[in-house]
Design a protein around this ligand. Structure first.
Ligand SMILES: NC(=O)c1ccc[n+]([C@@H]2O[C@H](COP(=O)([O-])OP(=O)(O)OC[C@H]3O[C@@H](n4cnc5c(N)ncnc54)[C@H](O)[C@@H]3O)[C@@H](O)[C@H]2O)c1
Length: 434
């Protein structure tokens, strides 16, 4: 099939590459010239495991990159919109990039096209895109608008695209929905075909539910700290209940990234736009913000006075296996520390080039050990595997004080005590202090 993907970010690029790998001819379009120039040379602008090989396999055979939207629209039957929908000032969803993309597509229609929205957009956006296209096209050609929200997770986006748990397709035209379903047929995964608005709502409801799970377990973790229970044991005991399950119940620093905070806030605003006031979701966001303060309190308790202390921060990206720094806990936690006179040495396996755009006044180190050299405490902000596998004997010789504040609960408190470390986890009961 001939496919164009408008927007070559985390979603658009991975989607385009995977569609090409499935044998389709794909043109990826972006307004960012530099990004397209780099991609044409085979340079991947994001860190996403497995993506580079796919680009290598398909580039200039079935996978093309351009800034020329007209040419891309002319040469395709399916046009996916995968542009960013960032949060506005009050959390409302900024749809300007989707509107721009829709206008551009409309002006270049040269035959029947199916326009598929993959961006996360307010419920009703499918109708808005339809109106934009009607208004901005010559009206000579017919088209259909389809919603196909994306559920990939950064860090495992390639796997998620090839093995999605479900594919959601919303449309007014059943025939257009089935044509889009054909693209996904080689994946042999469940496909839900529904109406436009329900498809758009499925995306928001799914993200809001997952975010709620995280805030729920973080509240339970905070009570665990007070009563002396261990949240990891609590979750283990809960997870055997098939109605609950064990996923998305990791207590820690809360959710970050470009989706959950923005989508929960977006859904609250979508509710307000329709005279509906969510009671649960504002609390989900509030608990999430507060979780970073809980962590800072633990750092304070671990260090005593903060001024003049040195800490190592391990992990900067919002989660492992990505370099995405958007809404990462490090971006709020580190400036709080430096403002209080703490010297911060940081290390992240892949996110440091991106982090430099967000975090100043810190020392970027080449290894986790280098960051820990002379530190009064090691703070774990992202659960990268290499931190889980750390050599504690070696670490103990490098730090000034053997103190770990573990924002992701990657270590076992008992084992840390045996290794001679004071350990502060999130909801692990009373800390072990030497
Ligand atoms: N990142 C994720 O994990 C994820 C997962 C599921 C859904 N989503 C949703 O997918 C959408 C895209 O997210 P992302 O993380 O890929 O964003 P991104 O910021 O990484 O990429 C968006 C790209 O679109 C380009 N763009 C903007 N306007 C354009 C236009 N008019 N024409 C061509 N290109 C344009 C930008 O230059 C950028 O390269 C958002 O709505 C997001 O909520 C994201």
């Amino acid at each position: 099939m001939r496919i164009t993907v408008v927007g070559t970010g985390y979603v658009g690029l991975v989607t385009g590459c995977c569609f090409a790998d499935l044998g389709n001819v794909v043109t990826c379009v972006d307004v960012n010239r530099k990004k397209i120039q780099e991609l044409r040379k085979g340079v991947i602008p994001i860190y996403e495991p497995g993506l580079e090989e796919i680009v290598k396999r398909n580039r200039n055979k079935r996978l093309f990159f351009t800034t020329d939207l007209a040419k891309a629209v002319h040469s395709s039957d399916f046009i996916f919109i995968a542009v960013n929908t960032p949060p506005g000032k009050n959390g409302e969803v900024d749809i300007t990039h989707v509107q721009e993309a829709a206008k551009g597509i409309a002006r270049n229609l040269n035959g029947y096209k199916i326009i598929i929205n993959k961006s996360t957009v307010p419920i009703g956006m499918g109708d808005i895109v339809t109106q934009i296209i009607q208004k901005n096209s010559s009206k000579k050609f017919s088209f259909d608008v389809v919603s196909n929200p994306e559920f990939l997770r950064e860090g495992s986006a390639v796997t998620d695209l090839f093995k999605p748990e479900r594919i959601v397709i919303g449309a007014t035209s059943r025939s257009a929905a089935h044509k889009v379903a054909e693209i996904y047929k080689p994946l042999y995964r469940p496909i839900v075909i529904t109406d436009l608005k329900s498809a758009e709502m499925i995306k928001y409801a799914s993200n809001a539910f997952l975010a709620t799970k995280i805030s729920f377990i973080n509240e339970i973790a905070n009570l665990c700290d007070q009563v002396g229970a261990d949240i990891t044991q609590v979750v283990k005991g809960m997870s055997y209940d098939s109605r609950i399950g064990g996923q998305f119940l990791n207590a820690g620093l809360g959710f970050g990234g470009s989706c959950f905070p923005k989508d929960v806030a977006g859904l609250v605003q979508i509710g307000r736009d329709h005279q509906f006031e969510f009671r649960l979701l504002p609390q989900v966001l509030e608990i999430n913000r507060d979780q970073r303060k809980q962590f800072l309190k633990k750092v304070h308790r671990a260090l005593g006075s903060l001024k003049g202390k040195t800490v190592a921060v391990w992990g900067l990206s919002f989660k492992p296996n990505t370099d995405d720094m958007r809404e990462a806990p490090s971006v709020t936690i580190i400036p709080e520390l430096t403002a209080k006179g703490v010297k911060v040495k940081v290390y992240d396996p892949v996110a440091m080039p991106q982090a430099k755009l967000f975090l100043k006044n810190v020392k970027y180190c080449k290894t986790a050990y280098e960051a820990a050299q002379g530190a009064d405490a090691v703070l774990v902000l992202t659960e990268w595997n290499e931190f889980i596998q750390i050599d504690f004997q070696k670490l103990k010789k490098m730090v000034r004080k053997a103190v770990v504040v573990d924002g992701r609960n990657i270590y076992d408190p008992q084992q840390m005590a045996e290794k001679g470390f004071s350990y502060y986890g999130m909801g692990r009961g009373k800390p072990f202090i030497f």
